[in-house]
Write a protein that binds this ligand. Structure first.
Ligand SMILES: NC(=O)C1=CN([C@@H]2O[C@H](COP(=O)(O)OP(=O)(O)OC[C@H]3O[C@@H](n4cnc5c(N)ncnc54)[C@H](OP(=O)(O)O)[C@@H]3O)[C@@H](O)[C@H]2O)C=CC1
Ligand SMILES: Nc1nc2c(ncn2[C@@H]2O[C@H](COP(=O)(O)O)[C@@H](O)[C@H]2O)c(=O)[nH]1
Length: 325
């Protein structure tokens, strides 16, 4: 198997088919909705909060609210009152099952539920998917996180509508160091490996450091890309603002860090400071332009055209040109 990651792959251009990058359409359908970009901010406490989720939903972007210290039912009702789609996260515990029961009983429902646990290839996830599908049959269920084709096959067979791939590639992740497991350092080839067997959409989660990594994710099979660190340092970001030597930063911590958990138990995440980089809307606009540009280099007009390009692996044992035959 070829092993590579975002920093040692480059995509190869094909003859341009547009006169302006504005002709390239980076939008995509995911579930029942169409979104402006194949990008979603990570469902983490220092990345998304209620105002950001409202803004994203109202402006044509996908969002996944985090699941920590939040009343999901009340949150879902507030989104419904504003006429916005509901996309929440769930754990796999009895309390999470109760929330699903309440969403069903009160007719609030949810458009998307993301089951997001550290080791998503687990019986607990099978039971949670089963429960959601029984109580809220029209909800689009995203399940993860996983790292192997076997896991993607199981989650799909258990009823997941999409799977989330990425164990350990995140910027504030220390799973690789603490456990010796994961896709940290080879996330992009793990994505390729998983995408070969997937029959439903994959969300590539973690490891995105530059906007060009979005196109690389799409090339290797992602329908959607989940991003934490690149979104964490905005003026609106929920992390605390910290001043160091006169420069402003936002804190960004892992969901499995002691900062998120409130205790030092099964810690697989850390806290870092991200330099503040302006408004979220400006970053999203720039990302959209960059993905439009990626589509044009792919010789296409739509997102899926990125899947058709060849690529080169730079350096290492797998170096070389890889042509689609
Ligand atoms: N994408 C990634 O690489 C990772 C992401 N995370 C993020 O951090 C969040 C919090 O993670 P964390 O507090 O560690 O755990 P979770 O909140 O994911 O745990 C959910 C449930 O799964 C159990 N569980 C967790 N890990 C394992 C495992 N390795 N084997 C068996 N059971 C397990 C937990 O029990 P118990 O705690 O008793 O074991 C708990 O009952 C996650 O929801 C995820 O968003 C965390 C780690 C990796
Ligand atoms: N191993 C851990 N992974 C974590 C933790 N908190 C979040 N995450 C994952 O990281 C991505 C975001 O990655 P980034 O490279 O874009 O910053 C996020 O979506 C989760 O899957 C954690 O504590 N430990």
């Amino acid at each position: 198997m070829e092993i590579f990651d975002y920093d040692n792959i480059l995509l190869l251009p094909r003859k341009c088919r547009v006169e302006s990058r504005s002709e390239c359409d980076p939008s995509m359908q995911f579930g029942r909705h169409t979104f402006k970009l194949p990008v979603v901010p990570a469902n983490m406490k220092t990345v998304i909060d209620e105002p950001i989720s409202e803004w994203l939903a109202a402006n044509g972007y996908f969002y996944v609210m985090h699941r920590f210290d939040i009343d999901n039912l009340a949150y879902a009702k507030r989104m419904r009152d504003k006429g916005l789609f509901v996309s929440i996260s769930s754990g796999v515990k009895p309390d999470d099952f109760k929330v699903i029961d309440q969403l069903a009983a009160e007719g609030v429902g949810a458009d998307y539920i993301t089951i997001d646990i550290a080791h998503g290839h687990a019986e607990s996830v099978r039971k949670t998917i089963e429960h959601i599908k029984q109580k809220l049959p029209s909800t689009f269920v995203i399940a993860g996180n996983v790292a192997t084709p076997e896991a993607v096959i199981d989650l799909e067979n258990w009823g997941a509508d999409a799977t989330k791939v990425g164990v350990g590639p995140g910027k504030v992740c220390i799973t690789k160091l603490k456990t010796g497991f994961g896709t940290g350092g080879w996330q992009l080839s793990a994505l390729k490996w998983c995408a070969r067997v997937a029959t439903k959409p994959i969300i590539a989660d973690g490891g995105i450091r530059d906007h060009g990594d979005i196109a690389k994710s799409v090339r290797f099979g992602a329908a959607m890309v989940m991003i934490g660190s690149l979104f964490a340092g905005h003026e609106e970001s929920p992390g605390k603002t910290v001043e160091v030597d006169g420069k402003l930063f936002k804190e960004y911590y892992g969901s499995a860090s002691d900062f998120n958990k409130g205790e030092y138990k099964h810690v697989e995440g850390k806290r870092i400071l991200e330099p503040i980089k302006g408004k979220l809307a400006d970053t999203l606009r720039e990302m959209r332009e960059d993905v439009q540009s990626s589509i044009s280099y792919a010789g296409g007009t739509k997102l899926a055209d990125i899947r058709k390009v060849n690529y080169v692996i730079l350096g290492g044992d797998n170096a070389g040109e890889h042509l689609l035959m």
